[in-house]
Design a protein around this ligand. Sequence first.
Ligand SMILES: Nc1ncnc2c1ncn2[C@@H]1O[C@H](COP(=O)(O)OP(=O)(O)OP(=O)(O)O)[C@@H](O)[C@H]1O
Length: 275
Amino acid sequence: MLQRPDALVTLDNAGIHRGGRWLVRGISMSVDAGEIVTLIGPNGSGKSTTARMALGLIAPDEGTASRRRAIRVAYVPQKLTVDWTLPLKVSQFMHLTGRVGADEAQAALAATDATRLTHAEVRTLSGGEFQRVMLARAMARRPDLLVLDEPVQGVDFTGEIALYELIGRIRDELGCGVLLISHDLHVVMAATDRVFCLNGHVCCSGTPKSVALSPEYRALFGNRAASTLAVYEHDHDHTHLADGRVRHADGSITDHCHPDDGHHHEEPDKERSDA
Ligand SMILES: Nc1ncnc2c1ncn2[C@@H]1O[C@H](COP(=O)(O)OP(=O)(O)OP(=O)(O)O)[C@@H](O)[C@H]1O
């Protein structure tokens, strides 16, 4: 794969092998500065594993993972291991790990519309409020790369739209690259520049331009929502077997998927056909 000059992070044919099987394999992707990239795929398809490789938390057993030098990364994981029985105010939580100035913390809370939560107990926050605080905390570190694992988990649909808009604004303000992860995200905001669909490998990738908006959506959220939502749809035409082999639509079984498997019906972004 050609190294993209603006790439913050690049995975090239990267794979992770654990417990006698490949969790992901042949992953080639990158995130550029100022770009929002979304990983979608079913449970266990390797989204978090891929993100962890991109972050450098785990090293690929095959292929390479490279990051731009001196890159600042903020990672909002799917689960946080914090003892919520301890009283902890949002203001304290903002400074829990890493060096964040009081002004930066306040500015980030303001940017995520969470100023009024500054003195709230973290354990009393609603799902959407907590996500805003998590985003503020990540934003306050002024990262070059922001990695968000399931940022809309537990957030209602209207809140989901607002959060995606917020992530877009953070990208605009910081000029950072954003890697979003969602376990079955059919709805990706229009501001998502590229989508990679994983299923142990990159099934397909490209711009989320296969828009399929239902009239119900428009009725529910209005034109503003309609303009920010896109549905990225495709069909899988092969199945990954437990032993790592692949069963194809015609019933044949091979060791690997092939480029002509038919995953690639989504027109890849011509300039970015690096998947
Ligand atoms: N350290 C490990 N050892 C063995 N298997 C692992 C390890 N880490 C993850 N896995 C397995 O790898 C697969 C991919 O996991 P991963 O968390 O990357 O998937 P995901 O797409 O993020 O899933 P979800 O949508 O459920 O969060 C799963 O089957 C998981 O059980």
